[in-house]
Design a protein around this ligand. Structure first.
Ligand code: GYE
Length: 356
């Protein structure tokens, strides 16, 4: 009797052992085993401000392609639809969900003090990308990655100055309309300020400055109206490519021609971003100059997160590198402060190899 009870226990234990082993076996699947799934080790919340332009779409893709499941991330994405309130709500949700990091692409500079303080108090490091935040306590976010928008504007104006000199166009014959981006966004502030300063310094006529929210539809609408109101406009300084695409349609619809021969009635278009659709118009001779704004910030953000996790010192501001594009070789190089910058000629090959 005792023997048979003992035997029964031996069977039960052996059975449990087999179960345990097979369960352990499941857990020990390695990366090379079929069906292996890596558990997310870092949860990252990304509050993107919207999807208004080709640049923005490329920026979102860059972050999504960087923070992938394969690399051990879980990315929580929220589209703010151009509304700061919506972005703040998304950030509060990320904080509640106890994410490891927040990436914030803010729609405008001001109004972030409270929510960034909340993130800081909750111990969630925030990496601000693209546009900057204007807050009292800079310690409330870890770092910022983006472009030098004032410098981009300077590049455009230096090129225009050199181009006008080379073609014998007098300063008083240059009549510019500034088609601005979303008011209060760092890109708008920098690009607008550089143009205003260059107009004062060079004696160019700044006919009008009006926002078009970085969209093609608004660019078309604003340019259509401005051309009717101010016949003298011969340079359209569009603060992004999508506005420039809308501007081209507006100009052509009114029976005018886009191009660089402003002495003979053409309207010159200057743009920013140098995304593929914009560069295509450069190649067609419809955009005279396109100053690049690099949206591929994902890898830089990841580097910051890795450095932070490794306890390294973090630079507060990281500027991404950018080029200047034209299909016209009148101006080969410009000076911005002490730096010389060459102008890259757009070709079909260049367009084919373009990432965004
Ligand atoms: O130039 C524009 C976008 O903030 C740099 O926003 C960004 C700007 C970019 O919608 O296309």
């Amino acid at each position: 009797m005792i023997h048979s009870i003992k035997r029964k226990w031996i069977y039960i234990l052996a059975f449990c052992g087999v179960l345990l082993l097979s369960a352990c076996g499941k857990e020990k699947k390695t990366e090379n085993d079929p069906g292996y799934k890596k558990q997310p080790s870092k949860v990252v919340g990304f509050s993107q401000l919207g999807a208004e332009s080709d640049w923005r779409v490329a920026n979102t893709e860059s972050v999504k392609n960087t923070f992938t499941r394969e690399k051990g991330y879980e990315l929580l994405f929220d589209d703010g639809q151009q509304k700061q309130d919506k972005q703040i709500m998304a950030m509060r949700k990320f904080i509640q969900q106890e994410v490891d990091y927040i990436i914030l692409a803010p729609v405008t500079e001001t109004g972030w003090d409270t929510v960034l303080m909340e993130a800081h108090d909750a111990g969630v490091p925030v990496i601000v990308v693209d546009r900057k935040v204007d807050i009292k306590d800079e310690d409330d976010y870890l770092a910022w990655v983006g472009s030098d928008f004032g410098r981009e504007g300077q590049a455009a104006c230096e090129w225009l100055k050199s181009f006008a000199d080379a073609k014998g166009i007098k300063a008083e014959d240059i009549h510019i309309a500034d088609i601005q981006g979303t008011i209060g966004a760092t890109a708008q502030i920098g690009r607008t300020q550089s143009l205003a300063m260059a107009c004062r310094e060079n004696g160019w006529n700044l006919v009008a400055s009006e926002p078009a929210d970085y969209t093609e539809a608004k660019g078309y609408e604003v340019v259509s109206r401005l051309l009717r109101e101010h016949e003298e406009i011969n340079v359209l300084y569009c603060e992004n490519d999508n506005e420039a695409l809308g501007a081209i349609i507006a100009v052509e619809e009114q029976g005018r021609k886009v191009g660089t021969d402003i002495k003979n009635g053409e309207i010159m278009i200057i743009s920013f971003d140098a995304a593929r659709a914009g560069l295509r118009k450069v190649l067609e001779g419809k955009i005279a100059l396109d100053v690049e704004c690099n949206p591929l910030q994902g890898p830089e953000i990841e580097r910051i997160i890795n450095d932070y996790a490794a306890g390294k010192e973090i630079e507060k501001y990281t500027y991404v590198s950018e080029q200047i594009f034209s299909a016209d070789n009148t101006v080969k190089e410009i000076k911005i402060g002490n730096d010389s910058c060459s102008i890259t000629l757009v070709t079909e090959e260049l367009l084919n190899g373009r990432e965004y």
